[in-house]
Design a binder for this molecule. Structure first.
Ligand SMILES: Nc1ncnc2c1ncn2[C@@H]1O[C@H](COP(=O)(O)OP(=O)(O)OP(=O)(O)O)[C@@H](O)[C@H]1O
Ligand SMILES: [Mg+2]
Length: 488
């Protein structure tokens, strides 16, 4: 076979399509910062106005940016920070992703890196010394007498859940007292609209913040369409996405619980990939329909991956209860149909209430604990069996030499960190209480709130015989369970 015919075979078998559809696929990546922020002029102007004193060496206002997920909060701040870097040496913006930097050390390391250009040693230095180094770096960068640090703590709820918010905020706000000549302001960003920052932050920290709020309203369907259209224009060749396809993707995006723009961007990318793989010159309705399920699942996977282990367990318990409710409803239908018995009205499955969920979580934790203990006992039994002949020999030797070694302590399953244990050895039922894991209702509620923040569940208050909260899953229970348990 000559070289020309072999290259023809390669091009016939391995080219997906003659014409690639993407001009620049990175434009449709979630972390892409667009050149233009659309429909956020008012918010950008407001932020710029509040920050402006910093350019003159005065302390800017402390700001709280609130808005549902994917409403452009991070994008707007990244844009403004880029502009500030271009025009000022007096105001030093530092962006901190609190999901990735939850401890005071991690936050101050990020500030240090921004000021010095490289990371501090990752271990071995106390926080106080790191803060000294940050202040010194700030002082040495002083162009004039006044240099101001502007720290954006994005997704502040991570610090609140971690319990590090007070230390970080008060250190930043007091920096001018500890290090004369240094000043700092903060921008807090929050997407959980139900989270009452004024109540969650330490009272004295909150009152010294005196924050100005900038609210990011959800995008309308027309705005979602405009943003998606601009992204598609930059990402693919003309006519790959027709106006009808853009309408379809917009409708699907707007129909997600929070009108999540990220789902729309991901949906565009996946639809184009499908069309390209099939060798089509443009995206079809079928491409979008097939990509929709994938896009939602990817979004779900992304959300679950940032949960703590405890939050993931709680989510999995909720999914289990929702599934049980769905199964029960199906059984009820089939009994009605085939058994002819009356089982009451068949309606939607009743969503779990927070009270029932709390009890179920305790049951699950108790079951996990006893499983752990069972395993530990089996390991101990296995270990003893293999040790016994040796121990007998050793014992004989010890006795001969008069050496009486202490008996090895039994291996006990450790309680999970973060969960309290009743100190009294026995409860009312005579069971050893120190073996029953527990979680306070407050911690449980914090985890629940966190799941709501990520738009994984919805908590709605119902007035029945008293106020009760109902929990609804925002994704199919079976998918949630599979992803939480890592069975994929
Ligand atoms: N006004 C806009 N113009 C162009 N792109 C936007 C705009 N708003 C959001 N996007 C795009 O939507 C995605 C999500 O935006 P962004 O990360 O800024 O949202 P967010 O409000 O910070 O969300 P979260 O609260 O979940 O962190 C990004 O890919 C971003 O580029
Ligand atoms: Mg953000």
């Amino acid at each position: 076979m000559n070289s020309e015919s072999s290259s023809q075979i390669v091009s016939r078998n391995f080219t997906f399509s003659d014409k690639p559809l993407f001009r620049d696929a990175d434009i449709l990546e979630c972390d892409h910062v667009p050149d233009q922020v659309l429909f956020r002029d008012a918010e950008l102007k407001e932020l710029a106005f509040l920050i402006k004193p910093g350019l003159r060496g005065q302390r800017p206002a402390n700001i709280l940016c609130r808005g549902l997920p994917a409403t452009g909060k991070t994008t707007c701040i990244q844009h403004l920070f880029g502009e500030i870097r271009d025009v000022s040496n007096t105001l030093i913006p530092v962006y901190v992703n609190c999901q990735q930097n939850r401890s005071a050390f991690a936050v101050f390391s990020t500030i240090y890196r921004e000021l010095v250009g490289h990371a501090p040693p990752s271990s071995g230095i106390p926080l106080r010394r790191l803060m000294d180094a940050v202040a010194k770096a700030l002082q040495s960068r002083r162009e004039s007498e006044r240099t101001v640090l502007l720290v954006c703590l994005d997704d502040i709820h991570h610090l609140i859940h971690e319990g590090t918010d007070t230390q970080i905020l008060s250190s930043l706000l007091r920096i001018y007292l500890d290090y004369p000549g240094c000043r700092a302001s903060v921008i807090l960003v929050e997407s959980d609209l139900a989270l009452d920052i004024s109540r969650r932050l330490d009272r004295s920290v909150f009152s010294s913040l005196c924050m100005e709020e900038v609210f990011f309203a959800p995008y309308s369907a027309a705005q979602i369409r405009g943003i998606l259209q601009e992204r598609a224009r930059q990402a693919v060749y003309p006519s790959v996405i027709s106006p009808e396809i853009l309408d379809l993707v917009t409708d699907m995006t707007a129909s997600t619980v929070t009108g999540d723009l990220r789902v729309g961007i991901d949906l565009l990318k996946r639809s184009i990939l499908r069309a390209e793989r099939a060798g089509r010159p443009a995206v079809t309705d079928e491409d979008v329909a097939a990509a929709y399920g994938d896009a939602r699942l990817t979004h779900l996977r992304g959300l679950v991956s940032v949960l703590t282990e405890k939050e993931r367990r709680l989510l999995s318990v909720i999914a289990g209860m929702v599934e049980e409710g769905e199964e029960a409803r199906e059984k009820e239908y089939s009994r009605k149909e085939y058994g002819g018995k009356e089982y009451g009205e068949c309606g939607e499955p009743v969503p779990p209430t927070s009270g029932r969920l709390y009890s179920r979580l305790l049951e699950v934790m108790a079951a996990e604990q006893s499983e752990k203990q069972q395993r530990a006992m089996e390991q101990r039994a296995g270990g003893q069996q293999t040790r016994e002949p040796q121990a007998m020999e050793q014992g004989a030797g010890d006795l001969r030499s008069g050496d009486q070694r202490p008996v090895e302590p039994a291996v006990c399953a450790e309680p999970e960190p973060g969960y309290g244990r009743d100190k009294s050895p026995e409860g009312k039922d005579g069971r050893r209480q120190d073996q029953v894991p527990t979680i306070s209702y407050t911690s449980f509620h914090e985890q629940l709130r966190s799941l709501a923040t990520y738009a994984l569940i919805r908590i709605s208050v119902r007035q029945a015989k008293g106020r009760t909260s109902e929990i609804t899953l925002r994704y199919p229970a079976a998918d949630v369970k599979r992803i939480c348990e890592g069975v994929e």
